[in-house]
Design a protein around this ligand. Structure first.
Ligand SMILES: N[C@H](CCC[C@H](N)C(=O)O)C(=O)O
Length: 264
């Protein structure tokens, strides 16, 4: 039996397992089983707590299909609540090692309960902006960058007209992306507000994506002159992204859902 807790950040849901107190192997197949929405607990991803020699704690992250990914913004925000509420670290600011680099987190308490987490995703690395690709006779202008993990961002006029599953999948698997990509479509509401839907590598459609929100805010500020501090409206809720110098800050709510034992 594996003890786990489940959290969500704006509807992006995660299983978190304390690897400091439990030993188990084959994370990839465990992620696939535990994240399965019919035969498992159900989640977009699985996070494991491990000790670190580069930061105060380490987060390991797997997508629901069992693939390992370097970073997850909403996942890191949920992970921070797990760490604080389980008294693994009791400071309001701490550092977390991920495969995408060491990230700074800052927790926010409301009446002594951890409700919001702000994370610093570091410095984005832009691969290309507005590259034209043709899919099913339609030209899409895609922009790709690395912000903890790989994201492709595409501006559209009307999100409701986007067949996310079909086109998200095709862009994820374009041969210019040997390791695939996460895909975000966005609409500009005004200079302070963007609406975003995300197709995640290794998961599919999710209700929210933290690094995707950050990636979209960065590309939109370059292409549309939207502000460097914006609200990102995702299906599952709202996130705030702020770009200051070479850092991208992501802030939003996190919630504990349940705790239990997985039969594995
Ligand atoms: N949902 C996550 C991103 C997961 C990225 C993952 N699907 C990948 O393969 O890179 C977030 O909140 O940032």
């Amino acid at each position: 039996m594996i003890e786990f807790e489940k959290f969500h950040g704006t509807g992006n849901d995660f299983i978190i397992i304390n690897g400091l107190t439990q030993n188990f192997y084959k994370y990839s197949s465990l992620a696939k089983s535990i994240c399965d929405r019919n035969y498992g607990v159900g989640a977009d991803g699985m996070l494991i707590v491990e000790s670190s020699n580069k930061a105060e704690i380490k987060m390991i992250f797997y997508n629901a299909d069992g693939s390992e990914a370097p970073m997850c913004g909403n996942g890191l925000r949920c992970f921070s609540k797990f760490i604080y509420d389980n008294e693994i670290i009791r400071d309001k600011k701490f550092t977390v090692e991920t495969l995408g680099g060491v990230m700074e987190v800052e927790i926010k308490l409301i009446h002594n309960t951890l409700k919001h987490v702000k994370i610093n995703l570091g410095n984005p690395k832009i691969n290309f902006i507005n590259k034209e690709v043709e899919i099913d006779n339609i030209i899409y202008k895609i922009s790709t960058l690395f912000i903890g993990t790989i994201h492709t961002v595409i501006k559209v006029e009307n999100l409701e007209k986007i067949p996310l599953e079909d086109i998200g999948n095709k862009i994820e698997n374009l041969n210019i992306f040997p390791k695939k990509t996460n895909v975000n479509f966005y609409e500009v509401i005004d200079e302070n507000n963007l609406k975003v839907i995300t197709w995640e590598r290794g998961v599919g459609k999710t209700l929210s994506c933290g690094t995707g929100a950050a990636a979209t805010a960065i590309i939109s500020s370059i292409l549309n002159n939207t502000n460097t501090k914006v609200n990102i409206h995702m299906i599952g809720g709202e996130l705030e992204v702020e770009v200051i110098d070479n850092s991208v800050y992501l802030t939003g709510p996190v919630d504990f859902i349940c705790k239990g034992y997985f039969n594995y």
